[in-house]
Design a protein. Structure first.
Length: 420
């Protein structure tokens, strides 16, 4: 079964079910196809997923260097750890079974309730933000971010649905469709909306910097005048960061002996343009965390500096009894504090996979030798979980940081209680 990235509870191509013992050499949960194996496809590339009957894995090109493998896998969103080749096949397979079982439990038992709670909370907060959108452009950006979170969580539910269908269906056609649905829901759809959300936070940080440092120029700022344009731009960047996945990955049957498995393999286009595509994909993946984290750090430092200056100015404003200006300044400071919490939370969620990406690309010898074990899987999977929790808990951050939204949120439930 494929457990795609993006939700990143979901890695781009990983196992869910405990895998059977097999004789294929495993690298990062992947198995290179041997001469005796047959691929039921027009493709002639030496690619295949694991040939386990109950498990599907990512695929690689045979004879790739370890650096090529790591850059390709991590750049394309795979978070599996490289399986350490210590000659002890039984230990490795036992550990793979544990990892596969953990992934299965996450997708079937953890993901659904977490997503449902996040969808419900974000929906209520989203309605409050939508009603207050005319007060400040920041509310428009927060509303768009919440909508992106909701859509990503809905996509995550399709991963759970695909996992369950694949486990219990007796229809081979339905099983194949469930594998593809589970993969693309996480690797493409969910992760695109998740990238959109973090891009919106980046835009919001720029607006907050202008608001706190240059308050008199805020109304003329492009982010204030054209919020919908910038939200669309955030979505397009999210698409750009993930568009290479359907170009590089396809699904087909692989047969070994009398058994057949349906899984993800590299496309002929990727094989023919491996070096170029690795560079393109790496450039795209920079916009799935690293660039945003750098933006957060720079803008937050400037915002904190502006808030410290604003605190001094607040004393002068109060001395002049300029109540209206003081209230507006206080609102801008509160929104900046809310943004800082969002930025820190997003940094924690996207940092693990960003670290893996940088290590694999710029420190191949050091990184690959240290991560050629289950360490990479642990770091990557923790990042997957953090991103799901991040999307599901954004409404909690907004409620805790904004007293007005908290009051509106509570009033909705009070009204429902009275009506019932």
């Amino acid at each position: 079964m494929v457990r795609p990235q993006g939700t990143d509870l979901l890695s781009e191509t990983t196992n869910l079910f405990p895998s059977n013992q097999n004789n294929h050499p495993r690298i990062n949960g992947l198995t290179s196809i041997k001469a005796g194996d047959k691929i039921h496809s027009e493709s002639t590339t030496k690619l295949s997923p694991s040939t386990d009957t109950n498990s599907l894995s990512s695929t690689i090109i045979e004879n790739l260097t370890m650096e090529d493998v790591a850059i390709s896998l991590i750049a394309n969103g795979s978070n599996n750890g490289l399986i350490e080749k210590n000659g002890n096949k039984k230990t490795g397979n036992d550990m793979n079974d544990v990892i596969d079982y953990i992934k299965y439990v996450q997708n079937v038992y953890v993901l659904p309730p977490l997503c449902m709670a996040g969808i419900a909370g974000n929906t209520v907060v989203g309605t409050v933000l939508f009603k207050q959108r005319s007060l400040n452009s920041s509310f428009i950006y927060m509303f768009a971010m919440v909508v992106a979170d909701i859509l990503s969580l809905i996509s995550d539910l399709f991963i759970s649905a695909g996992t369950i269908i694949e486990q219990y269906t007796t229809s081979e056609c339905l099983r194949k469709h469930s594998i593809e649905m589970s993969h693309w829901s996480g690797a493409l759809v969910s992760f695109t909306f998740r990238c959109t959300a973090i891009n919106i936070v980046c835009i919001l940080s720029v607006e907050r910097f202008i608001a706190i440092s240059y308050p008199f120029h805020l109304k003329s700022a492009l982010t204030v005048r054209f919020p919908l344009t910038f939200v669309s731009l955030a979505f397009l960047i999210g698409i750009f960061a993930n568009i290479a996945k359907p170009i590089n990955i396809k699904f087909m049957d692989i047969q070994k002996g009398n058994t057949s498995v349906y899984g993800a393999v590299r496309t002929d286009f990727y094989v023919a343009n491996k070096e170029i595509m690795n560079t393109v994909v790496f450039s795209q993946r920079l916009f799935t965390g690293p660039v945003q984290i750098i933006t957060f750090c720079v803008m937050n430092a400037l915002i904190i500096r502006g808030m410290l200056r604003s605190r001094k100015n607040m004393g002068d404003i109060k001395a002049l009894n300029a109540t209206l200006i003081s209230d507006r300044k206080h609102l801008q400071v509160k929104l900046c504090k809310l943004l800082l919490v969002f930025c820190v939370w997003n940094i924690l969620a996207f940092l693990p996979n960003s670290i893996l990406l940088i290590i694999a690309r710029f420190f191949p010898k050091l990184g690959l030798s240290n991560l050629r074990s289950y360490t990479a899987w642990l770091i990557g999977d923790s990042g997957d979980i953090l991103r799901v929790i991040n999307s599901a808990s954004d409404f909690i951050v907004i409620i805790l940081m904004s007293s007005n939204i908290r009051k509106s949120f509570c009033s909705k439930f009070k009204c429902k209680t009275i009506l019932t």
